[in-house]
Ligand binder design. Structure first.
Ligand code: SF4
Length: 73
């Protein structure tokens, strides 16, 4: 089974904090500049849905989730 990989782009992040609110197990905010901190680049099954939701609610598009397809044909 392949694990989706998360990436965050701190250059794009505007510190809105939606990710940390939506998926606090996966994202945090830097106490100094308020920008996103990625806690788990490969979220566990339990946190995957929240991570996907966080990518969707991020207003700056700073979060990307790469989900490898398991069908290899
Ligand atoms: S939701 Fe997006 S803009 Fe807001 S802190 Fe997270 S990554 Fe940054």
């Amino acid at each position: 089974m392949r694990t989706p990989r998360l990436r965050v782009d701190r250059e794009r992040c505007i510190g809105a904090g939606m990710c940390a609110l939506t998926a606090p197990e996966v994202f945090d905010q830097d106490p100094d500049d308020g920008l996103v901190l990625l806690l788990h680049g490969e979220p566990s099954t339990d946190h995957r849905a929240a991570a996907r939701m966080a990518a969707g609610v991020c207003p700056s598009g700073a979060i990307t989730l790469h989900e490898p397809e398991s069908s290899g044909s």
